[in-house]
Design a protein around this ligand. Structure first.
Ligand SMILES: *[C@@H]1O[C@H](CO)[C@@H](O)[C@H](O)[C@H]1NC(C)=O
Ligand SMILES: *[C@@H]1O[C@H](CO)[C@@H](O)[C@H](O)[C@H]1NC(C)=O
Ligand SMILES: *[C@@H]1O[C@H](CO)[C@@H](O)[C@H](O)[C@H]1NC(C)=O
Ligand SMILES: *[C@@H]1O[C@H](CO)[C@@H](O)[C@H](O)[C@H]1NC(C)=O
Ligand SMILES: *[C@@H]1O[C@H](CO)[C@@H](O)[C@H](O)[C@H]1NC(C)=O
Ligand SMILES: *[C@@H]1O[C@H](CO)[C@@H](O)[C@H](O)[C@H]1NC(C)=O
Ligand SMILES: *[C@@H]1O[C@H](CO)[C@@H](O)[C@H](O)[C@H]1NC(C)=O
Ligand SMILES: *[C@@H]1O[C@H](CO)[C@@H](O)[C@H](O)[C@H]1NC(C)=O
Ligand SMILES: *[C@@H]1O[C@H](CO)[C@@H](O)[C@H](O)[C@H]1NC(C)=O
Ligand SMILES: *[C@@H]1O[C@H](CO)[C@@H](O)[C@H](O)[C@H]1NC(C)=O
Ligand SMILES: *[C@@H]1O[C@H](CO)[C@@H](O)[C@H](O)[C@H]1NC(C)=O
Length: 594
């Protein structure tokens, strides 16, 4: 099993220890637990030393590895000098928006405090990632991959790969998140990034335009073997074309659903998206091969430096990679050809996902739509003297008290349920408006991108069916063109500038769920909102209660107890923790052998 940079040693306790501790029965779902210490380290990915955000001193952070229905416990220690929330992109948090790690549902974790997230990865499989959600921090790192494996009893729709590789790709600036934030706060656009990182590393020196001395990624592989390659665009705002010289990428999964398997020579991955490809090492290793992630849907002649280059090294390689980088074969110069690739991303309806029944057994195309929301993004504009970005004319201001906490404690006026269901062309404004969505509704959301850049939109707590995308303005009659049979179900979708994407969502997950643009600059400037979905016949059963460790802030800050916050660094505590782990491991082994 070739894992590029992760060590399983970050797993502190096995599920058995938890089962013992909490008296959960054997039949209960297993636990995995991690400690994540989020701190600054210095790194020079593009040859310039800068402060980056690491998890357990690693940049990118370690793999979070679980299996369908596992309970995941992550104790996050905030060793930064500013508040932190970790969000688990694509994890559905069934009935449990308390763990989602965004400001509408969680109070920010102050510096030097820790917070233990606990959630179940119920009925999920696939490739996801975690990342900090506040203050532009993702632009400095703090992200890492999440894998949810199939249970043994559920077959995967392809032969078991010989190994797995992870690539976290993303555009990158040599300025850190604070400097980038200051630029946005002063009304500037960020401009062209300084490069693209692959797993926190800069480009291999493929020609003289790359400075000397940059540490690049080398992926070690064996000839003849097939690897599952999981690729996540965790960047700031640039869509990237991913390709491996002379190798086909067989698309098999995206955002937790198996796709119809299709070969690509190169593949466009938009900000916030995750994909799995099978890649067979079927070349003669006459040399190493380039792994490339280059800027897309921008003027590529001007954006040449926005290119990440790593090396695929066969164990029998006869020499280094050389010569020009491979160029993307897919043409995006005309609107028609640009949108051809997403049309190939369809569900494999016969494959089992997390459950034994086929993915296609939910016949979404036969359900009547109960509500339509058209969410229009416009280019950033000045509101009250600051640069802001809007959705339907509203630039979102986070409530100082998270929505469901405000509900439970009857805090009035924390937010408004008046988010407009279409753009009304009113003057842009700042507001706390969220969507009053109906539990068990089956809604259509049309993302209409009237901005000038490619955007991707994400919905927390759900996956949605991507039934259509096109250029121009969406109208009611476009429903006739929807894919009602094998549309992919996913959680992050691209919306072309001057175009729209329509998705269908079955509102079966109670809670408060973030809808956001993943392009970090636009998100920072307010292009997001939430859906509040409450079961009117609640009786306290449908939604989970807030966890015991819930943090309070805003109107409820008096309920928050002070944290004894030397926990992360104290030596005695570390000893105690080590002893505790050893004791637990002992108990666990006793348990296994009896
Ligand atoms: C994840 O954990 C499973 C079971 O513990 C293990 O078999 C697998 O190799 C791990 N995956 C990775 C990518 O480390
Ligand atoms: C902080 O970490 C300690 C262990 O070091 C743990 O006992 C405690 O529950 C954590 N605090 C929160 C709020 O999760
Ligand atoms: C994909 O390409 C590989 C060669 O790289 C080939 O062996 C395989 O059959 C192709 N699969 C499909 C589904 O086209
Ligand atoms: C690899 O080498 C073998 C034998 O020399 C040849 O038959 C085959 O076509 C080569 N394959 C590639 C991909 O170059
Ligand atoms: C890209 O930029 C170059 C240099 O500024 C310019 O000559 C070219 O016309 C641009 N291409 C497109 C498609 O806008
Ligand atoms: C470096 O490579 C890029 C992409 O292959 C190419 O466009 C550029 O002209 C090359 N620059 C130099 C200085 O060779
Ligand atoms: C769909 O999944 C099945 C396994 O359930 C697999 O045999 C088949 O090849 C897949 N089809 C495509 C087009 O990917
Ligand atoms: C959908 O709506 C049509 C017409 O309004 C109605 O006849 C049909 O029964 C509805 N179907 C379902 C599944 O509710
Ligand atoms: C501008 O700020 C003032 C004072 O904070 C507020 O009352 C007003 O609604 C804001 N205007 C807009 C367009 O958001
Ligand atoms: C929210 O929607 C429900 C129906 O789903 C309605 O009863 C309620 O009045 C709405 N609340 C507001 C504030 O509009
Ligand atoms: C934005 O919308 C206006 C009015 O419908 C249209 O004329 C313009 O072309 C659109 N621009 C983009 C980038 O979508």
């Amino acid at each position: 099993m070739a894992s590029l940079f992760f060590s399983p040693s970050s797993v502190l306790a096995s599920f058995l220890t938890f089962a013992l501790l909490s008296g959960v029965s054997f039949a209960a779902d297993p636990f995995v637990s991690y400690d994540y210490k989020v701190s600054y380290i210095t790194a020079s990915p593009l040859g310039v030393p800068q402060q980056v955000i690491a998890v357990n001193e690693k940049f990118p952070g370690p793999l979070l590895n679980a299996t369908t229905n596992f309970n995941v416990v992550v104790n996050v220690f905030n060793l930064l000098d500013e508040p932190l929330l970790m969000t688990w992109s694509g994890i559905q948090m069934r009935r449990n928006s308390w763990q989602d790690g965004v400001l509408g549902t969680n109070c920010p974790l102050p510096p030097r405090w820790n917070f233990t997230y606990q959630f179940q990865v119920k009925d999920q499989i696939g490739s996801f990632y975690y990342a900090p959600s506040l203050n532009f921090q993702r632009a400095s790192g703090g992200f890492g991959p999440i894998v949810i494996n199939n249970r043994d009893v559920i077959p995967i729709p392809f032969p078991q790969p010989d190994g797995e590789l992870f690539f976290m790709i993303g555009d990158w600036y040599t300025q850190d998140h604070k400097e980038l934030r200051r630029a946005l706060d002063s009304g500037k656009e960020l401009g062209m990034p300084d490069g693209v990182l692959i797993n926190g590393k800069g480009p291999f020196k493929y020609n003289s335009s790359v400075p000397d001395g940059i540490d690049y990624l080398t992926a070690h592989v064996e000839p003849g073997k097939t690897y599952r390659i999981r690729v996540h665009n965790v960047g700031i705002s640039t869509s990237l074309n991913f390709r491996i010289q002379n190798h086909n990428l067989l698309l098999v999964e995206t955002d937790g659903h198996y796709t119809a398997q299709t070969n690509f020579t190169d593949f466009d991955i938009h900000v916030g998206q995750s994909y799995s490809f099978l890649v067979t090492m079927d070349q003669n290793a006459t040399s190493d091969y380039y792994i490339v992630a280059s800027a897309r849907f921008v003027n590529e002649t001007v954006w040449q430096r926005v290119t990440g280059v790593g090396i695929l090294h066969y164990s029998n390689s006869k020499g280094p990679a050389s010569g020009p980088l491979p160029v993307p074969k897919t043409d995006v110069s005309t609107p028609w050809s640009a949108m051809s690739q997403p049309k190939y991303i369809r569900q494999n309806t016969s494959a089992s996902g997390a459950r034994p029944n086929p993915q296609g057994s939910f016949h979404y195309g036969q359900i009547n739509i109960t509500n339509t929301y058209i969410l229009q993004s416009l280019p950033p504009t000045t509101i009250n003297g600051s640069l802001r970005a809007t959705l339907n004319g509203i630039s979102f201001v986070n409530p100082s008290t998270p929505v469901r906490l405000a509900d439970l404690h009857k805090v009035k006026g924390a937010y408004k349920l008046d988010f407009p269901d279409k753009p009304f062309g009113r003057p842009p404004r700042l507001d706390r408006s969220i969507i009053n969505a109906t539990y068990k509704g089956f809604i259509q959301v049309v993302f209409q991108n009237n901005d000038t850049k490619m955007q991707s939109f994400h919905v927390d707590g759900y996956t949605f069916f991507v039934v259509a995308m096109d250029f121009g303005i969406w109208t009611e009659d476009k429903k006739g063109s929807y894919n009602n049979y094998d549309a992919i179900s996913r959680s992050t979708i691209e919306v072309y500038p001057g175009g729209w994407t329509a998705v269908l969502i079955s509102l079966d997950n109670v809670g408060v769920w973030n809808i956001r643009v993943e392009n970090l600059d636009r998100w920072y400037l307010g292009q997001e909102t939430y859906m509040r979905i409450i079961n009117p016949e609640e009786n306290g059963k449908t939604e989970m209660d807030p966890p015991d460790n819930v943090l309070y802030c805003g109107a409820l800050k008096n309920l928050q107890k002070e944290q004894h916050h030397s926990a992360a660094t104290s030596v005695s505590n570390g000893h105690w923790k080590l002893m505790f782990s050893m004791l637990m491991a002992l108990l666990a082994s006793v348990f296994i052998f009896c």
